[in-house]
Design a protein around this ligand. Structure first.
Ligand code: NAD
Length: 386
């Protein structure tokens, strides 16, 4: 069997790698740069601290109307703004929300029509033009957006994506320094998001030797550092391991895909406004328990890394292992805690079933009944230790 791998053209990763930005921009011989970021990052001084040196050499425009879990409307507004600006480069600086919007600004603004025309589920047009160069600089260790060809948008009731090679970064800069200021709960949620990417990529039916290597290293790095990063945000070692972990997890899932956890998480994000990482975290233990019988050998490899033990777990152990991981970083472990009741499970299920792109990679095929059962498990959860 032939495995095809895709990567962004170039990445700089590691403490201080943001210093590569200025020489990279000088090489590109640009003049008018659009920075896509959010208001929090401006307020805490992060944008000024790292990007103000650019103002001495380039015209710099800072766009801050980025909302977390961005809507289609938010993306359309940014694309319209970009079309008017005649920019020659887009820099995305922020979490996955800012990076995804930066991709759309760089690419869709140089194509006809609106963002809606290019959505995966309902779009009607192919992207024709590559767009202007884009540089993606994550400030969370989570989504891996800096290495994927996807932009995720929240729609009425569900999420959808624009996906194309053109959305790949021309340059990714992953500097753990920029994640020091991420608050505890966001560190926890984005970290579990990255772990979910690695685990789902490893278990995916599209996995191969290369994506397995990336995914397992990511599981090791993230499980070994997430609690420390949550407890002490200034822990340089933990933040660095999380940056590398989320980067590798991004490469793994970009090439092998994510599956059931993400398919069931999307409706939680759009219907109940759960942050992306938290919607993955609250489902991870239950999806893992449910699908474990279809991928026992690989599941055991992951659980050995997570528990640092070499024993064959039972299906209940799988639940406990992932449950504790989520609980230990202080995140909710049941849907009930988000105010979700039994009466919403059918609507959630109906939306999750539409995510065929994601469900198609699950090692266990998940039909409507399976999905309902998983939401039901996650509703009240299971207390660790039972
Ligand atoms: P986010 O970008 O929505 O940011 C969450 C919050 O954290 C925001 O309020 C932001 O201001 C704050 N924040 C970010 N960096 C900070 C820092 N250094 N210091 C202080 N605060 C900081 O969160 P996210 O989880 O990174 O991204 C979620 C989005 O990414 C969702 O829309 C999700 O669907 C999408 N996503 C995309 C991909 C992809 O491959 N493109 C993959 C997974 C998820």
């Amino acid at each position: 069997m032939i495995s095809t791998l895709r990567f962004p053209i170039r990445s700089h990763i590691g403490w201080g790698s943001i210093e590569k930005l200025l020489p990279e921009l000088q090489n590109l011989k640009l003049s008018n740069i659009l920075i896509v970021t959010d208001q929090t990052l401006v307020k805490i001084g992060l944008v000024d601290q790292y990007l103000s040196p650019l103002k001495e050499e380039f015209t710099v425009n800072v766009y801050t109307d980025v909302e977390p879990e961005p809507t289609l409307r938010c993306a359309e507004t940014l694309v319209a703004f970009t079309r008017q600006g005649e920019f020659d480069c887009v820099i995305g600086l922020g979490g996955g929300s800012a990076l995804d919007l930066a991709k759309l600004a760089a690419v869709v603004s140089q194509n006809d029509g609106s963002v809606k025309d290019y959505l995966n589920l309902t779009g009607t047009k192919p992207l024709v033009h590559k767009g202007i160069p884009k540089i993606l600089i994550p400030t969370t260790s989570g989504t891996g957006s800096e290495v994927t060809d996807i932009a995720v948008l929240s729609l009425e009731g569900t999420k959808d994506v624009v996906t194309h090679d053109f959305l790949l970064a021309d340059l990714a800069i992953v500097d753990p320094q920029l994640t020091i200021s991420v608050p505890k709960r966001i560190t926890a949620a984005t970290g579990i998001d990255a772990l979910t990417h690695a685990v789902e990529a490893f278990l995916s039916i599209n996995a191969n030797e290369a994506t397995d290597a990336l995914a397992l290293k990511a599981v090791k790095l993230i499980s070994g550092s997430l609690e420390n990063a949550v407890e002490n945000g200034e822990d340089k070692e933990a933040r660095t391991a999380m940056s590398f972990g989320s980067y590798l997890a991004g490469l793994a899932f970009f090439n092998a895909g994510v599956a059931g956890v993400h398919a069931l998480a999307y409706p939680l994000g759009s219907q109940f406004k759960l942050p992306h990482g938290e919607s993955n975290a609250v489902l991870l233990p239950y999806v893992m328990k449910y699908i474990a019988p279809s991928c026992l050998q690989k599941m055991n490899i992951v659980c050995d890394i997570l528990t640092k033990e070499d024993k064959n777990p039972t299906p209940d152990d799988y639940l406990q292992i992932f449950y504790r991981l989520v609980e230990n970083v202080g995140l909710p472990t049941t849907l009930k805690e988000y105010g979700i009741s039994e009466s919403y499970l059918s609507t959630l299920t109906e939306d999750a079933v539409k995510q065929k792109r994601l469900l198609g990679r699950s090692p266990m095929p998940l039909n409507q009944e399976d999905i309902f059962q998983i939401y039901h498990l996650a509703l009240h959860g299971v207390k660790a230790g039972i």
